[in-house]
Unconditional design. Sequence first.
Length: 352
Amino acid sequence: MSRSAAAYQKFTEDEIRKANSVDILSLARGYGYEPEKAGRKAVHMKHSGGLYIFPENNRFFQWTGPDDGVKGGAIDFVMREENLSFPEAVGKLIGKEFSPSVKQVVPYEKKEREPLVLPEKADNMKRAYWYLVSVRGISPKIVSHFMNRKMIYQEKKYGNCVFVGYDAEGTARYCSMRAARDNSSFKMDATGSDKSYPFFHEGKTDLLIVTEAPIDLMSHASIAADFYGRDWMQDHRISTGCLWNGAIDRYLEGHPQIKRLVFAVDNDYLARDKNGQLRNWGQLTAAKWMKAYTEKGYACAVHVPHLNDFNTDLVEMRKGRSVEDLDRQRMAELETAFEQSAEEEPEQGMEV
């Protein structure tokens, strides 16, 4: 019998229910999250990349970021925050070890960020280069630009693409990884990553273009260069790694010359909330940022991709499809989604 299976048997159903009855909002505060009211039933955690807590049913849901889609009760929350197994989390919540002996409940403390550990580099970058250029359609010159600056490389162990964000002194502070193959959705941040340090290109104008992922940044630049003949290097470009504005604020603090912002985040027109309603998270965030940064004195605009994101647009445009073709595809997909929802919930409205 495995250690986990044996440990499960040491807790009764009542003990597990007791563990799951611990107030998640209090747990979140103990881990250092700052709550802010987000709706009638949900409480959003500041700077969390989309962590919401629902006090009425004592549940949580992570909308965006590396843990996108993770949800559950108090046990799941502790497992996520401390990388514990199920029995370890139960034991911590009810004040018990794996053995029958009782121990004092340990107060929850905010975890210190671990040092960033970059994955080991491969001897060459052929696989990463092939993936970004041939599969993702990004301009070879743009990929080479970032590889030459040690902001993109290939991981040695698994061959993943590695994207690195640096601070003003040239120290790596953020690292995200993505599988370098077209049949995998694997992506994650390296241990110790700080999302407030973006993957970026430092331009010369007063314009900053904000995207979500490094591939989005390079795709947006590729469209500008290859389809509209623009010099993509003139403007500042960053990727936030999620729908949190920490990277925007840090970059603006270090670049006071920037006066204009363009939010080029995803067009999540088929995304749904926990109730199955269409919720365009990317564009809802863009609208929120528009208001916030306009109030701060910046001239702001939103650049909406025709399909889900600018890489999807780029790949389809490389096939010879026009923007009109992409718009027709989006409308057809939305029509199908509306019809499906009307069949399933004919009396329930939608928010797009």
